[in-house]
Design a binder for this molecule. Structure first.
Ligand SMILES: [Mg+2]
Length: 295
């Protein structure tokens, strides 16, 4: 499966995650759906990491099976802070969906600043829109991050891949490079103090942009106001389906979580703790919707 506008990631590719936070799996029982959850949502949207798959890992087969069953009866959107490459590696490579099913799948990487739909004519994924940073914003962000990292003594001369990456809608600074091994990343800034200092220094110099702590060694710069609520609003625009008639499924709907903006927006939500929770919920929902279609 090709993605038309995005080069295939290299062997050392590490997918980015803009607005997800890694956290340990919990094994508490699945919480019931909120009272305002629509009985038959017209679209079901999912977070990716921790919801459809373990963090940065391929979607397991039971989840793929449940998701295909759901795609047979209702449109599905996946919305994540990660790049399209992450969607491809974690989801599309494992989904084994038919063209009909893929035709009902909406992909919103980088919190919906990019939107992809399946093209039935060539089986390809087409970029419908991209709200990227302007070239001037990219240049300014890169210049400021490098200067501040050097000033604070956080610019490493030896890295695994480039420290600065232009991801279109996002500039990412990774102190040790994009392809640094996990143990090196974890050892670099175990308390988050370095990252926090750099974030604060850069944010003060880029008041028109959003500057956030990203992964263990990274700082992400995007347009202001980009979170999953932004993506859900765009989804309502492009599909014409009102937010109240959608259902969002995520593992971080708590007030500190990166899925919370969707809940705050008023979208009916289903909280899950693990992909296993999601697979169970989705299989039940697909069966319920299928039975409803037949009745
Ligand atoms: Mg998540």
């Amino acid at each position: 499966m090709r993605i038309r506008d995005t080069p295939a990631p290299g062997p050392g590719f590490v997918a980015a995650q803009t607005c997800a936070t890694m956290h340990p799996m919990r094994s508490t029982p699945l919480r019931p759906a909120a009272a305002d959850t629509p009985a038959a949502p017209r679209l079901v949207a999912f977070d990716l990491d921790g919801t459809l798959a373990p963090s940065k890992s391929p979607m397991p087969e039971p989840m793929a099976t449940a998701l295909r069953a759901l795609l047979d009866v209702v449109p599905v959107c996946i919305i994540s802070g990660g790049q399209i490459g992450q969607f491809r590696e974690q989801v599309l490579a494992r989904l084994n969906a038919s063209d009909d099913e893929l035709g009902r799948l909406h992909l919103m990487p980088t919190c919906g600043t990019r939107y992809y739909m399946h093209n039935p004519d060539d089986g390809d994924w087409t970029l419908v829109y991209a709200n990227d940073l302007t070239p001037a914003q990219v240049e300014q962000a890169c210049t400021v991050v490098e200067a501040e990292a050097r000033r604070l003594g956080l610019w490493e001369e030896h890295t695994w891949g480039p420290a600065l990456e232009d991801r279109g809608s996002q500039i990412t600074f990774s102190a040790l490079g994009q392809e640094a091994p996990l143990d090196a990343k974890q050892a670099w800034d175990p308390t988050g103090e370095k990252k926090g200092r750099l974030r604060d220094a850069v944010a003060a110099l880029l008041p028109d942009l959003e500057v956030r702590s990203g992964g263990s060694t990274s700082v992400d710069i995007t347009r202001k106001g980009i979170d999953k609520a932004y993506g859900m609003n765009r989804l309502a625009e492009v599909t014409g389906i009102p937010l109240k008639q959608m259902l969002f499924v995520g593992d971080r709907l708590d007030p500190e979580g990166n899925d919370y903006p969707v809940k705050a927006l008023g979208v009916p939500c289903q909280a899950v703790d693990t992909w296993e929770d999601t697979a169970t919920f989705v299989a039940d929902l697909a069966a319920r919707l299928t039975a409803g279609e037949r009745s």
